[in-house]
Design a protein around this ligand. Structure first.
Ligand code: URP
Ligand code: ZN
Ligand code: ZN
Length: 475
């Protein structure tokens, strides 16, 4: 067989096992996986992967690029953000298209397409954010026809104009059930959170506690109450629910018991909740670490790692929302003014590989499920994305098992001039990244061209069945 490229001799992680094999690529697709394909290559470009893992390209399904938020705009756009992604072995990202005031859902999608086109190095799609239920509810079907199968609602952020109430959550989940699509929810309890912020917002407490107030005003029950409520609406409607950036042990317990009752709820966590805890706010520059929800305690991290093994945590993403030191300085001692978010795309795979696989918490196969296969299946992108198998896009990351890189923001692709992981030594950076057969990272450096990334249309999402599928199987 004639191939355009052959990746030779790597330890290849596939859905049916991990084997030393070659991967033959024709055009954008994986054409063959087997031994000795290299010998039959006849003029094919050979990419030596011996001594390396070859894993499916990572899907980061929770990303915000150039997001207007907290009075500024997040500093990684589709140029820097997707270069950072590629260096971290991420070959697909899902951003959130958020309607501005007066915008329809379709306007939001158009707007996000314009941000990505001509800039994105990797493939992408968007979750469509429903921010004004009465205005947006009749536009959902049109967006499904346009190729969007995931929607998002925020249970907080009233001041941004994004907040959804129970009526919107309930109504959207009913529609998700009807169409086999999925609702993503940012679950934090708005009213009690507002109350706690108000109680603590005094000059005395701010002088005393500084950025620690960010954590002090968001106890775990703020997330847990909201997750519980969203689960209730999913249970009643049968609509597929996906809890984004879950950060607490209480959340993991709620998701686990709901799944055991058969509620169609899934959850993701993010790399920062696995390796950071709220002692970061004691540091002199602790305000830099403010993200929403904030990082919690070590007991929460341990519970999330456990959930990744036992199934209540299906996906690890980043919630990338990058702000520079200058942007973070807007806080001037008031924690409610800190632009909330962290850089993440470039370090997702290195963090999960180093702190998961190398530290013996998860296997390499489990890591590939959490970073590639599960997100692809849940977001409706499988089998095109998410696994190394014949017929799939040739999206690959070639990773040395022990080669470590010390995190130095000056050497990174992100526009962030700081990193939550500065000085950490991490293995798991991608030596070579392929996206649809193109080498976009070579020898740890980005070589791919901006704008080559493609939008990915989708039809379905989640694991839940539609109303008509349920009726058919019951008949
Ligand atoms: O801190 C965060 N997460 N910023 C982005 C907005 C969100 O809630 O995902
Ligand atoms: Zn959020
Ligand atoms: Zn987010």
């Amino acid at each position: 067989m004639k191939f355009d490229k052959v990746v030779t001799g790597g330890t290849v992680v596939t859905p049916s096992g991990t084997v030393v094999a070659d991967i033959g690529i024709v055009g954008e697709k994986i054409e063959a996986i087997g031994t000795d394909l290299g010998a039959a290559a006849n003029g094919a470009t050979r990419i030596d992967a011996s001594g390396h893992y070859v894993i499916p390209g990572v899907l980061d399904v929770h990303v915000h690029l150039a997001l207007p938020f907290c009075g500024t705009v997040s500093s990684d756009d589709y140029l820097s953000g997707t270069r950072a992604a590629a260096r971290g072995g991420v070959t697909t990202l899902v951003d959130f298209a958020i309607p501005y005031e007066g915008d329809s859902l379709s306007d939001a999608a158009d707007n996000w397409h314009k941000r990505a086109e001509g800039k994105s190095l990797i493939d992408y799609t968007f979750h469509i954010c429903i921010t004004r239920w009465d205005e947006h509810k009749d536009q959902i079907e049109g967006m499904i026809e346009r190729g969007f199968s995931t929607f998002k609602e925020f249970m907080i952020y009233e001041s941004e104009g994004w907040q959804s109430d129970d009526r919107a959550l309930f109504g959207t989940l009913e529609k998700m059930k009807e169409h086999g699509t999925m609702l993503l929810v940012h679950a934090e309890s708005a009213r009690v959170l507002d109350e706690l912020i108000e109680r603590h917002h005094t000059p005395e407490l701010m002088a005393k506690h500084g950025a620690n107030l960010h954590a002090m005003t968001r106890p775990n029950f703020i997330e847990a109450e909201a997750i519980q409520r969203a689960i209730m609406w999913s249970e009643i409607t049968g609509g597929q629910l996906y809890i984004v950036h879950m950060s607490t042990e209480e959340g993991a317990e709620l998701v686990k018991s709901a799944q055991m009752r058969g509620v169609p709820v899934l959850a993701e966590t993010c790399a920062q909740y696995l390796v950071l805890d709220d002692s970061v706010f004691d540091q002199e520059d602790g305000h830099l670490f403010a993200c929403c929800p904030q990082v919690k305690k070590q007991t929460d991290s341990l519970r999330l790692w456990k959930g990744m093994r036992s199934g209540e945590v299906s996906v690890v993403s980043t919630d990338t929302c990058t702000f520079t030191r200058e942007q973070k300085a807007m806080w001037e001692g008031d924690w409610t003014k800190i632009p909330m978010g962290l850089p993440g795309l470039e370090t997702l795979l290195p963090i999960v590989y180093t702190h998961g696989v190398r530290f013996g918490r998860i296997s390499i196969e489990e890591m590939c499920r959490l970073l590639s296969t599960n997100p692809a299946q849940i977001m409706g992108l499988f089998p095109k994305k998410g696994a190394i198998q014949v017929g799939a896009d040739a999206d690959l990351a070639i990773v040395h098992p022990t080669h470590e890189i010390t995190i130095d923001p000056a050497e990174m692709e992100t526009n962030a001039d700081w990193s939550p992981y500065e000085g950490w030594s991490l293995a798991g950076f991608s030596r070579t990244t392929l996206s649809r057969g193109d080498v976009i990272v070579d020898d740890y450096r980005v070589v791919g061209k901006a704008g080559r990334g493609k939008w990915l249309p989708r039809k379905k999402a989640g694991l839940a069945r539609t109303e008509s599928e349920t009726k058919m199987s019951e008949a």
